[in-house]
Design a protein around this ligand. Structure first.
Ligand code: MEV
Length: 308
């Protein structure tokens, strides 16, 4: 076979980012923005026509060094802005792994999720499997929470994450992208320094964990008011951990009058926020007025898949 193409979705984290790195629970939904990778064997290793610069492509380099022998031509295209908090690097890992596995006639979600997490971990130094599992599986996932259908467990060191499929009830989410690119690695490292040196930061992480457990119950019973207020509370705790920004706070404040709740989503620093609302047009207008790029989430998206 001459080439193989696969795509994988971005994600939005409803609650639990950063705390999930320390084994706390999280809830994530795949979104209809996708990353595409086309691969073909070649004499050299090239990405989008250029010889690979391993420093510029840490995720791809890790995946190739573990799972590919010889040359390869990789072409990528993505609708997920990089550093947007919407899982672009996880979707890169998931789509590249899916394409490479399909090229060899393999298809196994769990293996794809493990390989994708491994690449994120090595490239970022510290990570949880929430982004990569959401991208590989699609739809909705819960991490370290009861009540869904278990799909796989992933461990690293003394941390263990149990991933479940969850059905997402009908609800409207609006993303607001600040337009500021904020890579995940440095933000995870910043929280780690705080967490390792402060009991207060550990308390914040524990509190995010308890909030996410309550939010999972609100999600499954369709309680949008309860879920929204817990999202807003989660934003406050993430701000205390130091991962919000002026731009993110501005978009959250702009969305709140028309929302059940709103918070930053993903690593923070810049990137994006998400609002739970029944007035999406009003939220989109408010986000635009405050300099953000709005986007209405359509949930129920498939995970990593081969494209013809
Ligand atoms: C980034 O989307 C989510 C973080 O919790 C990092 C991770 O879980 O790997 C900040």
């Amino acid at each position: 076979m001459a080439s193989q193409t696969a795509s994988a979705p971005g994600k939005v984290i409803l609650l639990g980012e950063h705390a999930v790195v320390y084994g706390k629970p999280a809830l994530a939904i795949a979104i209809d923005l996708r990353f595409r990778c086309k691969i073909a064997p070649s004499d050299s290793v090239r990405i989008n026509g250029l010889e690979i610069d391993r420093a510029k492509h840490p995720y791809t380099s890790h995946i190739l060094s573990e799972h590919w022998k010889g040359g390869i031509e990789i072409e990528t295209s993505s609708a997920i802005p990089s550093g947007s908090g919407l899982g672009s690097s996880a979707a890169l890992c998931a789509s590249l792994n899916a394409a490479m596995m399909a090229y060899r006639g393999e298809s196994d979600e769990e293996t794809c999720a493990r390989r994708s997490f491994d690449a994120e971990l090595k490239a970022q130094g510290s990570a949880s499997p929430v982004d990569t599992s959401a991208s590989v599986h699609g739809h909705g996932i819960a991490v370290n929470l009861e009540g869904g259908t278990p799909i796989w467990d992933i461990s690293h060191g003394k941390r263990r994450w149990s991933i479940s499929h969850i059905d997402i009830p009908r609800m409207t989410l609006v993303i607001g992208h600040t337009g500021i690119s904020a890579p995940t690695g440095p933000l995870v490292a910043k929280v780690r320094r705080y967490y390792e040196h402060s009991n207060f930061a550990k308390d914040m992480v524990n509190e995010i964990g308890s909030l996410t457990e309550d939010a999972a119950k609100a999600l499954s019973s369709g309680d949008r008011v309860g879920l929204g207020s817990m999202m807003t509370e989660n934003h406050k705790l993430l701000s205390i951990l130091g991962v919000s920004s002026r731009e993110l706070d501005k978009l959250v404040q702009a969305a709140l009058p028309y929302s059940f709740g709103a918070k930053l989503t993903g690593a923070g620093g810049g990137g994006s926020m998400v609002a739970l609302t029944d007035r999406p047009d009003k939220v989109c207008e408010a986000i635009e007025r405050h300099g953000g790029r709005p986007y209405i989430v359509s949930s129920g998206q498939p995970g990593a898949m081969v494209e013809k």
